[in-house]
Design a protein around this ligand. Structure first.
Ligand SMILES: [Zn+2]
Ligand SMILES: [Zn+2]
Length: 344
């Protein structure tokens, strides 16, 4: 089969002919129909992240059709449309047993530690395959497996309740999903913070109140908009010092700040002003869970989350086109969400 593979760090991906992956009695073989090209893939190709093997096929946002099932598989049928949870966990270790499989001691992410979806076929444990209803396209199904899922997990980590207010810092794919999901889960008001006007406009189309960080003092503005109270939940989706501090400073009494954006710079907080005086919480949110993906698909099917406009470019399984798209992500030159689409 054809696979677009990373042969060595820092080099363009290459088309290779490789055997169709073998699979066991609890696995499925999936004919890949859509594979999202994610910002992480640009980091992987550049060699900024430790890969589990080399060469490796990238692609962790995958949807397709079940081609073949192992003898013990009962949750999906051959021919079924599915999308794939990208973390392969053991199901047996302490973390898997307590339902936090993203900390599985042997967790492997497809397209990072093992071969992913920039290929014609992928083999996976059957429990990672989630039914994809006919009304959700393969392209949407693929992108749901990453940013939207991570946004849902972050809201759940923030224990957002109906009737609460939410601020979302950073309106990319994660932020837009977070806005819609917060609304669907009953947030009374969602504030969208960004410096880009087009993002803020998009956020208001989804019912958020835009806060233009290039023009106003964000914390002051959020305090004004909440009549001095501050928000109940604030999500940081960017990974910058400034926005992390603003996220925390926007909280009201008993507020929860959820940090999703990555940063290696230590974050300073004032124990009394920031935490004790408000009984505030700062919470880390890491990836997402298989169980959340079922809920997410259900929410898309019920039209509570609109992902039809997320995918802005489809490209074939072609090394040159994929590399070009990764170059654009690397240089932040073209802000579109591209998905590799394979039809017969
Ligand atoms: Zn991704
Ligand atoms: Zn485990």
């Amino acid at each position: 089969m054809k696979a677009i593979r990373m042969m060595e760090p820092g080099k363009p991906l290459q088309l290779q002919n490789v055997p169709i992956p073998s699979f066991g009695e609890e696995d499925v073989l999936v004919r890949v129909r859509a594979a999202g090209i994610c910002h992480s893939d640009a980091h992987y190709r550049a060699g900024r992240s430790m890969m589990g093997m080399m060469p490796i096929t990238l692609g962790h946002e995958v949807a397709g059709e079940v081609e073949w099932i192992g003898s013990k598989v009962t949750n999906v049928k051959a021919g079924e449309r599915v999308c794939l949870h990208y973390n392969i966990s053991c199901g047996d270790c302490y973390y898997c047993k307590i339902g936090n499989e993203q900390f599985c001691t042997t967790v492997k992410m497809i397209g990072h530690h093992v071969d992913g979806g920039y290929a014609e076929y992928i083999a996976m444990p059957a429990r990672n395959a989630i039914h994809l209803p006919d009304e959700i396209s393969f392209e949407e199904g693929a992108t749901l497996m990453c940013a939207s899922a991570t946004a849902l997990h972050a809201l759940r980590k923030g224990r957002m309740q109906a009737g609460e207010t939410v601020a979302v810092f950073g309106i990319g794919g994660l932020g837009l999903s977070a806005i819609q999901l917060a609304k669907a889960l009953g947030a009374v008001e969602v504030y969208a913070v960004d410096i880009k006007l087009d993002k803020l406009e998009l956020a208001s189309e989804y019912g958020a109140i835009p806060v233009d960080a290039s023009r106003v003092d964000v914390v002051e503005e959020i305090r004004n908009l909440t009549k001095g109270k501050g928000v109940d939940v604030a999500l940081e989706m960017i990974g910058l010092q400034t926005t992390m501090k603003q996220t925390i400073a926007s909280l009201g009494v008993l507020g929860r700040a959820v940090i999703v954006g990555l940063s290696h710079i230590p974050l300073e907080v004032h124990p009394y002003q920031t935490l004790i005086g408000y009984e505030a919480e700062i919470i880390g949110s890491n990836d997402h869970l298989l169980q959340e993906l079922h809920l997410l698909i259900d929410m898309v099917q019920r039209k509570l989350l609109d992902t039809a406009h997320v995918v802005s470019q489809t490209i074939p399984l072609d090394a040159e086109k994929i590399n070009q798209r990764l170059d654009e992500l690397e240089n932040y030159t073209n802000d579109v969400r591209a998905v590799i689409v394979q039809r017969d």
